[in-house]
Design a protein around this ligand. Structure first.
Ligand SMILES: [Zn+2]
Length: 266
């Protein structure tokens, strides 16, 4: 039972949510099953039905068949992944979505153009904000996987909706409507998303979502937010690369020592 609980924790912990067929987003049934078991077992595990326990046993076996190790679970994108990311600012009104694509020069991002508007049927504000972010992320799906680490193409998405950013980051939402919208993109696993905050007052995508041109303040403010998020991603990827390298060389050191019959310390 302990191993099953550990594995379940791993399903959600640190995995890239948009490239994870085992993420909780894909397991509504499993979550319902667990919540029922939780209720049944309130009086102790003895009160859980044998059929439930054998279902868990099957689940454990299927999870043991998953490929990958703990390091795969928590490892993030490599430096090359971050260098090949695309970036967008997004915003939504209940009847219109706005997307502004950015291009990178060195470490600075700037808008490609004034962005595009897409009129939609009236939608709840939060869902429209989620949909426009998903639409932007899907624009990055067609690129090749990273040749260095195998991750799918990355996309940096700036917007002002906190609930959307949280859902994209976790790869899950407590809102069934959000999960429904996220599932197609996330189950394809063709993209990884880094969502960052661009406050509404300086969001360049507020222009197209309101059928107007972006202001200079919006352009500059959005660039600043994306640049800061991008710099942090580069830094993290670099540090991760260093720690992987040192882990690798420690391992090599040990093997050499064993082969040559002497003790080496990396
Ligand atoms: Zn990579």
């Amino acid at each position: 039972m302990g191993r099953v609980l550990w594995s379940l924790r791993v399903l959600g912990a640190g995995r890239r949510p948009a490239d994870n067929p085992h993420s909780l987003l894909q397991h509504d049934l499993l979550l319902k099953h667990w919540s029922r078991l939780g209720q049944l077992s309130a009086a102790g595990w003895d009160s859980v039905y044998p059929a439930d326990l054998s279902a868990l046993d099957g689940l454990e076996r299927s999870m043991q068949g998953l490929r990958g190790a703990r390091e795969d679970v928590a490892l993030g994108p490599c430096f090359k992944c971050v260098l090949s990311m695309r970036a967008f600012a997004v915003d939504a009104m209940p009847t219109c979505l706005g997307i502004v694509e950015f291009k990178r020069t060195g470490q600075s991002w700037s808008p490609v153009d004034a962005g595009r508007s897409q009129d939609i049927e009236k939608t709840a504000q939060g869902e429209a904000e989620l949909q426009v972010a998903l639409n932007a992320a899907s624009l990055a799906e067609s690129a090749e996987r990273c040749t260095a680490c195998g991750w799918p193409p990355g996309v940096l998405i700036g917007g002002d909706a906190d609930s959307v950013r949280a859902a994209l980051t976790k790869g899950y939402s407590c809102s069934p409507a959000f999960r429904e919208r996220m599932r197609p993109l996330f189950s394809r696993g063709n993209v990884w998303i880094h969502a960052t905050r661009i406050p509404g007052k300086i969001n360049v995508a507020d222009g197209p979502s309101r059928h107007r041109a972006p202001t200079q303040a919006e352009i500059e403010g959005s660039c600043e937010c994306l640049n800061a998020a991008y710099a942090a991603l580069l830094r993290e990827a670099m540090e991760r690369g260093r720690s992987v390298f040192s882990r690798g060389s420690r391992r090599e050191g040990k093997d050499e020592g064993r082969a040559e019959g002497r003790h080496t310390e990396a």
